[in-house]
Design a protein around this ligand. Structure first.
Ligand SMILES: Cc1cc2nc3c(=O)[nH]c(=O)nc-3n(C[C@H](O)[C@H](O)[C@H](O)COP(=O)(O)OP(=O)(O)OC[C@H]3O[C@@H](n4cnc5c(N)ncnc54)[C@H](O)[C@@H]3O)c2cc1C
Ligand SMILES: NC(=O)c1ccc[n+]([C@@H]2O[C@H](COP(=O)([O-])OP(=O)(O)OC[C@H]3O[C@@H](n4cnc5c(N)ncnc54)[C@H](O)[C@@H]3O)[C@@H](O)[C@H]2O)c1
Length: 457
């Protein structure tokens, strides 16, 4: 097949691919953007934006329950319909990406709806509803294909109408009960928001605690908060068998216990099919979990990769960050190289769990001489004033030889916002002595940073 010659083909238009494609098109390159589903990717249609709208609503209910302790009495009548409406109308345009496609086209890009595959170096074949379309690239191909929900091979699960995040954000009606398989960020965010709407939620988490990628104190605290809110958290367990009969799931755990619920949500991580992307055509392993890239996002001659598939943190801000670096490289502008020392991440539970850089254990494993300090939010003036809902802490991890923070965690009300100061500290390698000499406004939650720094030992 001869194929159309263009400068760049972007396969998969997640947040980074959309941004990079438009940047290159605005710079005058001929750019083809390919997406099998919706331009913008997982984040606006199935992940960050709709889930944070759900959380915003659920947290308003959670906060209303605190009125009793602080300001009299409040009763709530939870109703999912405003949430469903907001997601449909304000977040996703009823899962229609016309606005995003038009934005890309207005920037000068050419959009093709279909599934792209690398079929040779500098060659992409797109399976469209009208048959295959071939493009040859002068500069190269950018992969931003993201991930799909990983579905465990649990006996019987595949035959059931389980939900993934893509189903859960589109529901019109709440279930009465829900089992969540997985206690990472996706499982924890969904578990709490549904529980706050009155759903009876059980989290089954294979690891020994929730949010195992974060500091142990964070997962332990969240487990306590979940228990207080009536969420059943079953750690160190996974499902051995799943059945769906008469409108109910029954989940047999590997300790023999059986849990029943109206719905089951799979939140057990993500996966990507490298073979289907055709990376073997440019000499990359098809059985890999992702695409390895250098500091300018180059994966092979004429191939760049950005976003979740690079394995550097499955976050929208990472996809956008890498997009900027790859775009500058493609345009020959030199530009910056990737620096992953201060990657921030926030799980939007209540309390929010924010972290940056290395955990204490990761810093020790890296051979650093580590000092840690922490401070509890309830012990701070603001935590005392806040009272109910004040659980949280700030923990800082110092490379004692250099006298700089290499990691930090901020859990609490607005924990993700407090994290901002800690990201500056880690990214800028601000000396701990300077951080200690700063003035921290009274009575803010971020004053706990000052206390955690004073605790460094
Ligand atoms: C429930 C949930 C909540 C989340 N919340 C947050 C959050 O609050 N903050 C945050 O930073 N991150 C969050 N994330 C992670 C975030 O969604 C991703 O990191 C983000 O979408 C970036 O992904 P990406 O750029 O790799 O591509 P994606 O967004 O995954 O998009 C990839 C695109 O490629 C397309 N595609 C795939 N294969 C092909 C192919 N062969 N041909 C053509 N097109 C293809 C897909 O259709 C898709 O549109 C959340 C994730 C989940 C699941
Ligand atoms: N706020 C945010 O930034 C945000 C929110 C959601 C997701 N994300 C990103 O999306 C990615 C995916 O998140 P996730 O929570 O789906 O994945 P994850 O891999 O972080 O967590 C999945 C959890 O499921 C557990 N698990 C796996 N198989 C299981 C089984 N069979 N039974 C019980 N438990 C099982 C694992 O122990 C693990 O802790 C993450 O990288 C995350 O950072 C980010």
């Amino acid at each position: 097949m001869p194929g159309t010659e263009v400068d760049v083909v972007v396969i998969g238009m997640g947040p980074g691919g959309e941004d990079l494609g438009a940047r290159l098109a605005r710079a005058g390159l001929s750019v083809v953007g390919v997406d099998a589903r919706l331009v913008g990717g997982e984040c606006p249609y199935y992940a960050c934006v709709p889930t944070k709208m759900m959380i915003r609503a659920a947290d308003s209910l959670g906060e209303a329950h605190r009125v009793d302790s602080l300001a009299g009495a409040a009763t709530t009548t939870p109703d999912w319909s405003p949430v469903a409406r907001r997601i449909r109308d304000e977040a996703t345009d009823n899962w229609d990406d016309t606005v995003a496609v038009d934005r890309f086209v207005a920037a000068g890009g050419h959009f093709v709806r279909g599934r792209g595959q690398i079929t040779a170096p500098h060659e992409v074949t797109v399976s469209t509803s009208e048959g295959p379309v071939v493009f040859r690239t002068r500069k190269g191909i950018v992969l931003n294909t993201g991930t799909d929900p990983a579905v465990p091979s649990t006996d019987g699960l595949a035959e059931t109408p389980y939900w993934t995040n893509r189903d859960a954000v589109a529901i019109e009606r709440l279930p009465s009960s829900l089992v969540v398989l997985g206690g990472g960020p996706v499982g924890c965010e969904f578990a709490q928001l549904f529980a706050r709407f009155g759903v009876a939620v059980t989290v089954v988490q294979r690891s020994e605690r929730l949010l195992p990628a974060d500091e142990p104190e964070a997962g332990e605290l969240l487990g306590d908060v979940f228990a207080q809110e009536g969420i059943s958290v079953r750690t160190g367990l996974s499902a051995a068998r799943v059945r769906y009969e008469a409108g109910a799931f029954s989940v047999k755990l590997d300790n023999g216990e059986t849990i029943t619920a109206e719905r089951l949500l799979v939140a057990a991580g993500r996966h990507t099919d490298m073979a289907a992307l055709g990376v073997g055509a440019v000499g990359l392993p098809e059985d890999a979990r992702g695409v390895e890239v250098d500091e300018r996002m180059r994966a092979a001659d004429g191939l760049w990769a950005i976003g979740d598939i690079t394995g550097r943190g499955a976050f929208t801000h990472m996809s956008m960050y890498q997009a900027r670096i790859a775009a500058e490289d493609i345009l020959g502008d030199g530009g910056e190289v990737a620096d992953y020392r201060a990657v921030p991440r926030v799980t939007f539970t209540d309390p929010e769990v924010g972290s940056v850089g290395l955990t204490e254990q990761a810093a020790r494993d890296a051979g650093l001489t580590v000092r840690v300090g922490s401070a509890l939010i309830p012990d701070s003036a603001r935590g005392f004033i806040h009272k109910v809902g004040n659980r949280g802490f700030v923990k800082v991890v110092e490379d004692a030889e250099r006298g700089v923070l290499v990691g930090a965690t901020s859990v609490g009300p607005n924990g993700g916002e407090v994290l901002g100061a800690l990201v500056v500290a880690v990214h800028g390698a601000v000396p701990v002595s300077s951080l200690r000499s700063m003035i921290y406004a009274y009575p803010t939650f971020h004053r706990a940073i000052e206390s955690a720094l004073a605790d460094l030992a």
